[in-house]
Structure formats: structure tokens, C-alpha cells
Design a protein around this ligand. Structure first.
Ligand code: FO1
Length: 314
């Protein structure tokens, strides 16, 4: 039986599987490591979209419609800012702003991002370990046919319309994994790569020196859930981006190829049954399942399947 599961997550898809896992495993079993390449400073505030998406989802306060931000949030600050001629293309809700204010205060007081995240999670009643991939700044920079831009400019301001030529993870070469990530790399009996955008959410984590090799050395099962279903992304630019960067039509086969030696198992959706043999040909054990997570039961069901594959559940 596995006792420690290392979970890699990015935005909305990652948060959903993470929620399912937290329903099945007590806090000491899981370390949820989250991408911080999307982080950006807005209005002087330190915003961590993926960490917050996971935290809000586990706390049960996420806006289910968007997958990010706080349920029932209001926009009075954005409205006022707009009247004052401030930049409002990145929409920060009033309650969400409190998170960024507090995080920024804590960081200015000298806490690391790991410590600030632990503090915020405690305040939101999240008992499981949610940690940034690194306490050092790593920024995803997107080189496109419309110029080089920050991740959020590409994703939100330009609605991922620009054609991506290359992704860079600035600062990654000097970054260290966060302390809890280092511990989990040493202790984990299995690895779970959530159905997050492989290029935007998982590759930044893998870009930290030594991480990819140490993940590939996690004993036992290392399972990735494909976020591409029937050639399409459930949400966001994953399919478009995979096509632009790899030059191939997006599919679970492309996702599996990208993960290479990182994983031993891949979970693909039942709509992709016909691609099973192609993924197996890459050397993976393949499980076909319903991977679309709409209800809480779906999230728990997928988490149970992944937990069983890892040998952590009977
Ligand atoms: N996504 C949008 O499409 N538009 C927004 O205005 C926006 C604001 C925002 C504010 C806080 C936050 O934590 C996330 C926010 N997101 C927004 C989502 C964010 O861009 C993405 O979730 C990730 O960075 C991709 O994983």
C-alpha cells in the first residue's frame, strides 16, 4: 500500500482531481505541488492563479462557473479602478483581492511563498498540503506571432489567440523546488500528474533543475491523466497550444509522448478508446475511463481510479 502520493497540478482540471483525492486520502498522504509560472504582480499585488484555484476548490469557495476566483464574488474594486483609468483586463474580485492583499503583506513581511500559502490555506480551512513548485520566482513567458508576452497577457488579455512559437520559463534555471516538494520527491511512493495543461501547467514544474529526473525516479506507479479528450481540451488552450508547439494534432497520444519517461501509466478518456494502442506503443500501461469531471462524484471516481492504480486504495 502506498503511503505518500506526490500530486502535480495546475489550474482548473488539476484542482478538480486534487479535490477528489482529498476526499479519499487524509492530509499526510498527499503533497499537492502547484505550478507558479502563471503568477504575476497586478496593482502591486502578488497573484498566484493556480495556487488560488487549488486552494479555493479544496476550500469549497471556488466560482464553479469560471473554475477560478471566489464563488459569489463582487467587482466593486474593479469598477472603481476602471473609473480611475486603471487596468482591469485581469479581473480580480473583491474577496479574491483580500487573498492577494494578505499574501503580498505576508511576503513583504519575509514569509516564503510556501509559508504564505500554508497560512492562507489554514485560514480557508484547507488541511491538505498545497505547496508552490518553488519559492523562487519562475515566470512563463510566451513567444508568439504577436510578440513576446507574459502568460496572463497571452491567456487573459489576448484570449490565447496569438500563435505560440515557444514557451520560456524565466528564472527556472535558478529555482529550487520548494521544501515540501523536495521532501515529497524523496518520500513519494507514487506520482499523479493531474489533467492540467501539459505545456502551461506541468512543464514549468519540470523546468526546475533536477525535478524531472527525480520525478522519474519516484518508485512505483507514476500516472498521468490526459487533459485532452477526443482531440479537444476540456477548458482553455491546451489543444491549440499542443498543436502549435508540437506541430501535431492534439490528442492523448501527444500528451503521453510529452511526458515520456516521467510516467508509467496514462489514463485516457473513454472517447479515446481507439487511441489506446498508440499510447501503449509508447510503453505505457493505459487505463480507459471517464475523465470528464463535472460533478463531485466524477472527481472522486477518477481520484479513486488513480488511487487504485497507485496501489494506495484497495
Ligand atoms: N482568467 C480569465 O480568463 N480572465 C480573468 O480576468 C482572470 C482573472 C483571474 C484572477 C485571479 C485568478 O486567480 C485567476 C484568474 N483567471 C482569469 C484565471 C487564470 O488566468 C488561469 O486560471 C490560470 O492562470 C491558468 O491556469
Amino acid at each position: 500500500m502506498s503511503t505518500h502520493l506526490l500530486v502535480l497540478a495546475g489550474g482548473v482540471g488539476g484542482a478538480k482531481l486534487a479535490l477528489g483525492l482529498t476526499r479519499l486520502f487524509p492530509p499526510p498522504v498527499l503533497t499537492i505541488v502547484v505550478n507558479t509560472g502563471d503568477d504575476e504582480v497586478f496593482h502591486g499585488l502578488y497573484v498566484c492563479p493556480d495556487l488560488d484555484t487549488v486552494m479555493y476548490t479544496l476550500a469549497g469557495v471556488v466560482n464553479e462557473e469560471t473554475g477560478w476566483g471566489v464563488h459569489g464574488d463582487t467587482w466593486r474594486v474593479m469598477e472603481a479602478l476602471d473609473r480611475l483609468g486603471g487596468e482591469t483586463w485581469f479581473r480580480l474580485g473583491d474577496r479574491d483581492l483580500a487573498t492577494h492583499l494578505r499574501r503580498t503583506e505576508l511576503l513583504h513581511a519575509g514569509l516564503t511563498l510556501t509559508e504564505a500559502t500554508r497560512y492562507l490555506c489554514e485560514r480557508f480551512g484547507v488541511r491538505h498540503t498545497v505547496v508552490p513548485m518553488s519559492d523562487d520566482p519562475v515566470r512563463t513567458v510566451v513567444e508568439t506571432d504577436m510578440g513576446t508576452m507574459s502568460f496572463q497577457e497571452y491567456f487573459v488579455r489576448h484570449r490565447y489567440v496569438p500563435r505560440v512559437q515557444r514557451l520560456r520559463f524565466e528564472g527556472a534555471e535558478k529555482a529550487q523546488p520548494s521544501p515540501a516538494f523536495i521532501d515529497a520527491l524523496a518520500q513519494a511512493d507514487a506520482l499523479i500528474v493531474c489533467p492540467s495543461n501539459p505545456l502551461l501547467s506541468i512543464t514549468p514544474i519540470l523546468a526546475i533543475p533536477g525535478v524531472r529526473a527525480r520525478l522519474a525516479a519516484v518508485p512505483g506507479v507514476r500516472v498521468a491523466v490526459s487533459p485532452i479528450i477526443g482531440g479537444q481540451a476540456v477548458k482553455g488552450p491546451a489543444a491549440k497550444l499542443l498543436e502549435e508547439v508540437t506541430g501535431e494534432p492534439a490528442s492523448c497520444v501527444g500528451v503521453a509522448r510529452l511526458y515520456g519517461d516521467l510516467c508509467t501509466h496514462v489514463v485516457i478518456d473513454q472517447q479515446d478508446e481507439e487511441r489506446r494502442a498508440a499510447v501503449e506503443a509508447l510503453g505505457y500501461r493505459v487505463t480507459v475511463a471517464q475523465t470528464l469531471m463535472t460533478s463531485e462524484e466524477d472527481k472522486v471516481a477518477l481520484a479513486r481510479l488513480v488511487g487504485r492504480l497507485c496501489g494506495a486504495l484497495p
